[in-house]
Design a protein around this ligand. Structure first.
Ligand SMILES: NC(=O)c1ccc[n+]([C@@H]2O[C@H](COP(=O)([O-])OP(=O)(O)OC[C@H]3O[C@@H](n4cnc5c(N)ncnc54)[C@H](OP(=O)(O)O)[C@@H]3O)[C@@H](O)[C@H]2O)c1
Length: 331
């Protein structure tokens, strides 16, 4: 069996560290890892699958030693500069930043939904935004069966989605320290503001959800609107999704359709206070769906509540799954 070499760019960040954790769990046929970050963390040591690795400063020569794969989680500027360098050396880049996601030459992939797109890559594959990834599993299941007409997203997003500094602000309970990430205190607050505001009044996060959903589902004209909100939760994003269909449905069939979709778990027993919760989703790779009920304000509508670990399924695990599937195809 062929053994591979994999580089982790941004290895010291929240996503990079979780990539290492997921790799430990999956035990892929990888014989060598390379860990990269900025100058600040160069020299830091990590134990990965029983071997000690030292973090190197990322530079133009980091990919000279011939990596098969690189998982980038170091922000858009790093991906923009070093992603093409890695790809030019024959390495397949799976990129967690938003930089390449809407590039028509770059597949945007959630393995349960559109892994086929990944096989047509030109060296770079984009991992979608965390809030988009978790929504794709239920939406794909339901679009295939009932054809979706319109989607309304309202998100409740964890502070870890903003990286290490988002968690620093959450812990700044008495406001005694300067804010590191958010424009207002996040403790005891909800901020209807994720990423920058655009000229149309939406945030970039909201437009990412809209545009990425259309690309992944291959539904370029799908009607979608979104409001994304940062909430004082450390980890796992929750989303209310209102969906209108072209076709009628039976609610029990719809629930079965969701339950049968890979890595989608229905948790829906409200009488016993059972519904998906951020604290329970953390540490898992599945997407949890509940509060499944008809929306009687339209002919064929449903409301669902979708929760997943934004660092795992929303970033690290999705990226590692893509690498895993590419390896499986080649073996
Ligand atoms: N958090 C999430 O839920 C989530 C979800 C999906 C996608 N993402 C994306 O994943 C990326 C990383 O997010 P994160 O939450 O892990 O952020 P983070 O905790 O702030 O970590 C950032 C990482 O990038 C590295 N880095 C920064 N500048 C660099 C440079 N010039 N060269 C090399 N490495 C550099 C940092 O290294 P140092 O230790 O040296 O500073 C660190 O390893 C971002 O693009 C983010 O948008 C995050």
């Amino acid at each position: 069996m062929k053994k591979y070499k994999l580089a982790i760019v941004g290895a010291t960040g929240l996503v990079g560290r979780t990539v290492m954790k997921v790799l430990e769990e999956k035990k892929l046929p990888i014989e060598k890892y390379g860990l990269f970050a900025s100058e600040k963390s160069a020299g830091e040591k990590f134990n990965l699958l029983g071997k000690e690795y030292t973090v190197s400063k990322l530079d133009e020569h980091s990919f000279d030693e011939g990596f098969d794969f690189a998982i980038f989680s170091a922000g858009g500027d790093v991906s923009k500069k070093y992603g093409p360098i890695a790809a030019s050396k024959g390495c397949i880049v799976v990129d967690n930043s938003s930089y390449f996601r809407m590039d028509e030459n770059v597949p945007l992939v959630v393995p349960e939904v559109n892994m086929k797109d990944a096989y047509d890559n030109h060296g770079i594959i984009a991992n979608p935004n965390c809030s988009t990834i978790q929504a794709m599993l239920p939406l794909k299941a339901l679009d295939d069966k009932y054809k979706i007409k319109r989607v309304v997203y309202s998100t409740y997003q964890a502070c870890s989605g903003a990286g290490r500094n988002g968690l620093v602000d959450l812990l700044n309970v008495d406001g005694s320290k300067p804010l590191q990430k958010f424009p207002h205190p996040i403790y005891d607050n909800c901020l209807p503001h994720i990423d920058v505001f655009l000229d149309n009044g939406y945030t970039k996060e909201e437009m990412k959800m809209i545009n990425e959903t259309r690309k992944i589902l291959h539904r370029p004209d799908l009607k979608i609107t979104a409001t994304t909100v940062r909430v004082p939760v450390s980890n796992s994003h929750s989303e209310s999704i209102n969906i209108e269909f072209e076709n009628d449905f039976d609610l029990n069939d719809l629930i079965t359709t969701l339950n049968n979709f890979p890595n989608l778990v229905v948790v829906d027993d409200p009488k016993n206070n059972l519904y998906p919760l951020a604290r329970e989703a953390t540490g898992h790779d599945e997407v949890f769906v509940g509060r499944i009920r008809r929306d009687d304000s339209v002919p064929y509508g449903v409301n669902i509540w979708v929760v997943a670990d934004n660092i795992r399924k929303g970033a690290a695990s999705n990226a590692v799954q893509i690498v895993e599937k590419l390896i499986e195809k080649e073996q």
